[in-house]
Design a binder for this molecule. Structure first.
Ligand SMILES: NC(=O)c1ccc[n+]([C@@H]2O[C@H](COP(=O)([O-])OP(=O)(O)OC[C@H]3O[C@@H](n4cnc5c(N)ncnc54)[C@H](O)[C@@H]3O)[C@@H](O)[C@H]2O)c1
Ligand SMILES: O=C(O)C(=O)C[C@@H](O)[C@H](O)[C@H](O)COP(=O)(O)O
Ligand SMILES: [Zn+2]
Length: 364
């Protein structure tokens, strides 16, 4: 077993992101923490716990560990589930010395993270991401949240973890549909910051699809490093971090309008990136050839670039609750060429509607 690579988020508080770590070694790391841990709550999905809890427990033998299983699905990022977790945690006697381990994908990371951020006004959290999306994106940066019927991630916090513990081997059991979600965020990272990394997705498609371990390691490491770099500069999303939201104003609108059914987060982001690219083209920020290049790379990984049976006006209305909006003005992230993006404060509703029309298929 090779030693994990350590990169560090350097924001208000520093914390390590271990890439290529072993689940079995997490206990040793927790023992080494300066502030003693008295008890551990592992929050996970049944499927993930069945696959990986035993490995995690190898290193946690000295601790009282309680497991809290959450049903799978975006709907579980809810206040109702938060309340149930709280009841269970109180039943287990969890206190301020308790550590939460989020073992799972982005849903578990966001939900368990939000629980950790508010339980007794905040307890420690370690993110153990087991999906590609969580390893390249959601486990890093401290954003945690639950949804509200009116909008996605409306109730949330910035609650940086003590550490991110990434074991690449957990990705072996991930179905392709879940891989796609991670690829959408990873391609987004490339599109906003690194044209060379964008070309990587064009040239390495065969290796990525065949899950070549060396190429996957490079992909996760490059993508996670971009996220680390951005959130280290702007943890609270006042400036550059907003670029990580490329495609999300559109994507979140779709997810909420469709009640989180029939569209995953990554699929919403993929369609959202294309809509943002069309809007950027209308503003002269990107050529139509570049828009086509973006669509091609997404399609190459089976990601959607359009959607049918949607009302653009309803989707525009959904964008009213976007967290980037200011004083009723919609603020959107737009690609500027490939490998660069800008915050656009000049987006009129008609322009946004036009962009929606370009990704909504006509029904016959
Ligand atoms: N906080 C952030 O910065 C941030 C960033 C991006 C996305 N997100 C959020 O992340 C969520 C999406 O996360 P996701 O795509 O990881 O979905 P997910 O967490 O719902 O996981 C997808 C499915 O994969 C299963 N799974 C997890 N690990 C597995 C493994 N190793 N093997 C087999 N199956 C496994 C899960 O049980 C689940 O059924 C959304 O709620 C999104 O808003 C948050
Ligand atoms: O970390 C960020 O910042 C991001 O925007 C990453 C996104 O991929 C992620 O989906 C995030 O949860 C979106 O945040 P939100 O505040 O727009 O809900
Ligand atoms: Zn996202």
């Amino acid at each position: 077993m090779s030693l994990p690579e350590k990169i560090e988020v350097s924001a208000d508080r520093k914390y390590p992101v271990y890439l290529g770590a072993a689940l079995e070694d997490l206990g040793g790391y927790i023992h080494s923490l300066p502030d003693k841990v008295e008890q551990i709550l592992v929050i996970s999905h049944k499927k993930v716990a069945d696959l990986y809890l035993e490995r995690l427990m190898t290193g946690l033998g000295d601790y009282t560990v309680d497991l809290m299983i959450v049903p799978a699905g975006e709907e579980e990022k809810s206040l109702d589930r938060l309340s149930r977790l709280t009841t269970d945690a109180l039943g287990f006697g969890a206190d301020r010395k308790t550590l939460v381990i989020a073992l799972g994908g982005g849903v578990i990371g966001d939900l368990a993270g939000f629980f950790a951020s508010v339980y007794m006004r905040g307890i420690r959290l370690i993110q153990v991401p087991t999906t590609l999306l969580a390893q390249v994106d959601s486990s890093i940066g401290g954003k945690v949240a639950v949804n509200h019927p009116a909008g996605k991630n409306i109730l949330g916090a910035f609650h940086p973890p003590v550490a991110v513990w990434t074991d690449f081997r957990t990705l072996d059991s991930l179905p392709w549909i879940e891989v796609e979600n991670g690829l959408a965020e990873s391609i987004k990272h490339a599109l906003i910051t690194d044209s060379d990394f964008f070309s990587f997705f064009e040239t390495q498609a065969d290796s990525i699809k065949r899950r070549d371990p060396v190429i996957w390691r490079e992909m996760v490491a490059r993508s996670a490093s971009i996220k680390v770099r951005v959130v280290s500069q702007d943890e609270r999303e006042q400036g550059i971090r907003r670029l990580l939201n490329l495609g999300h104003s559109f994507g979140h609108a779709l997810e909420t309008e469709m009640n989180y059914r029939g569209v995953t987060h990554g699929q919403g982001v993929s369609i959202g990136i294309v809509a943002a690219a069309f809007l950027a083209n209308a503003k002269g920020l990107i050529t139509l050839n570049e828009v086509e290049r973006i669509k091609q790379v997404l399609r190459c990984y089976d990601l959607p670039t359009s959607i049918s049976r949607q009302d653009p006006h309803a989707l525009l209305q959904r964008m009213e609750t976007d967290k980037k909006n200011q004083g009723g003005r919609k603020i959107l992230i737009l690609p500027q060429g490939i490998g660069n993006a800008v915050v656009s404060k000049e987006c009129k509703d008609e322009e946004i509607l036009d962009a929606w029309q370009k990704v909504i298929l006509e029904d016959n």
